[in-house]
Design a protein around this ligand. Sequence first.
Ligand code: HEM
Length: 459
Amino acid sequence: YVGYQFSRQLRNPLPPGPNGLPLVGNALNVPGSFQWLKFREWSKQYGSFYSLNFFGKTMVVISSPQILSEFTEKRHLNYSERPKLPMAQALRDESGDGKGLLSRRMMRAMLDNPTNLADNIRHWSTSLALKIAYGYETKSGRDEFITLADTVLRQFAHTQKPGAFMVDLLPFLKHVPTWFPGAAFKTTANVYRNNFHEMMDIPFNMVQEQLKRGTAKQSFTTDLLSAEDYSADKDYALKTSAVTIYGGAADTTAGQYHGFLLLMMLYPDARKKAQQELDRVVGPDRLPDYSDRDRLPYLEACIAEAMRCHVVAPLGGMRVAAQDDVYDGFLIPRGALIQPNAWQMAHDPEVYENPMEYIPERWLVPNPPLHPRDGISFGSGRRICPGIVLAESSLFIGTAMFLSLFDIYAVDGSPTFFDQSENGVLDGEPLCHPKPFKSRIKVRSAKAEALVKSIDHEL
Ligand code: HEM
């Protein structure tokens, strides 16, 4: 085997990359958060396609949308699998309405609890996800499904963090007993797995019960459980798909929305321009709805620019090479991890002038640059995010309502610029959210307040 490895690398070397230590390779050089910044630093030396080594496993880091699409689109047959991270696997093993009702509820929560920004947003995005996946209507305030769902999401995000668990780098640890040094992950995995199973089973069983009683609301799960070709042996696949929808939607949408509001606080001129547009198009007597979208180009530009500036999934979606492959003369060995650096693509100074600045106007010219939805924010190829349309419409309705009704201001202790460095405004996690920040949220007028309160009959 070693001879085979050696001879294929003589023919085609691995892509260039930083030297690592014997045995561990580059594992100790990759930081625990903000990995995309380190990846960008290396790309300055090795280009937009280079390789790292983690305990002998190759990771190919790609920071060019064109090269990435060569892998995920042109060669999709070889690069459509996701890597099986043992810790994430441990969780599974053994075992919209037309008017934006949920966004209106979030506005009510913003009016009552303007300081609980992050909680209000999370409640909204989780409610959206639970509604789509299970037709579940969350309660205002504390809701047991939201609590469980949030816990599972946080734990899942932990399993995705490169290097968070030694077992992902040294899979043989799977087989050692719990008392073995480095095997504490087994206890953690048990806790995470139990929560994950509850998250899969409880809402699924709820929908099954509702179907029996004839009270089920339309949802992904309801549709599949009532399909003609449904049979009980599909339950497990169905449960995991529903939970994936929920998992894909909640944290991403919340992070993107939270980042948008932070940018609106830091760039008051852009906020005011978007509000003037809303005032002109929607007026003060009603809330915006989806039908207004085409007439709000400045708001759309603000959303696009927020997506570019704040990339919620900075490392995109990882893939794994199914077979040996050669790209540009370099070997991509079978099993190599393909790691996009979406953050770097969205901040490429060759494509976006002043990439660290928030400039919505860059989207309002005749030939705007590459939109973040096209191969950056939502991935690309066969495993592209299936929730793009939903994500964009939720962001539209949530931001349109917020800006029609509220102002957001910086106060003493608020961040003063969108600092994306390690000590800045972001948490640096693979699903990257703003750190909690100080702000003041104020309803814009008496009419706006009355509009927010008018939704009380829907609560
Ligand atoms: C701002 C919001 C969102 C962002 C930034 C985002 C981003 C992403 C990214 C980068 C991927 C990996 C794609 C790849 O590997 O090429 C992904 C996958 C996925 N997303 Fe989203 N997403 C968002 C919203 C949503 C929503 C609303 C849903 C559900 C309706 C969703 C469901 C999924 C699912 C199920 C996958 C896995 C697809 C697969 O593995 O085949 N996402 N998303």
